[in-house]
Design a protein around this ligand. Sequence first.
Ligand SMILES: [Cu+2]
Length: 178
Amino acid sequence: MSLKTTLMAAAAVTALALPAIAEMGKIRIDDAYARSATSMAKSGAAFMGIINHSGEDDRLISASSDAAARVELHTHIEDDGVMRMVEVEEGFEIAAGETILLKRGGKHVMFMGLTDPFEQGEMIDVTLTFEKAGDVDVKIPVDLERQPEPGAHAVHDHGDHSHGHGHSHGNHDHNVTN
Ligand SMILES: [Cu+2]
């Protein structure tokens, strides 16, 4: 190859590569959806994949939305054999090039004090704030019909505890994510 064609080939590659880089955000949100347990629920949750395309480790540190009075980052922990959700104040770390999954029975974005009940097909505007990438605005569709992914700790769903044990279910609010 002559020097001239080499330079032209290099220029062509650069011209092709630049728009792709410009379009590719450092953070990509994949397959997001939001739900609440019932149409009367005062709280809901959102689930998604978060892909860190940047070359550096990042961290989702907070989320905000007009859809609820408070938006928190939560996960589930097992406490005495019972799954319980807790706020994760340090947020969710996403190593460079890695993907984390927010899913039923695990990490999630929690909406507390819904402005309006979630309605099927409605879009929720959410701002995810990352330590390095900054604010990422996402529109998250409400999907009340979606079933938990396989392996999403369905065994910890408390639905079948209501069969004849007669104990109180007063703290079942956390089931909203299951
Ligand atoms: Cu929660």
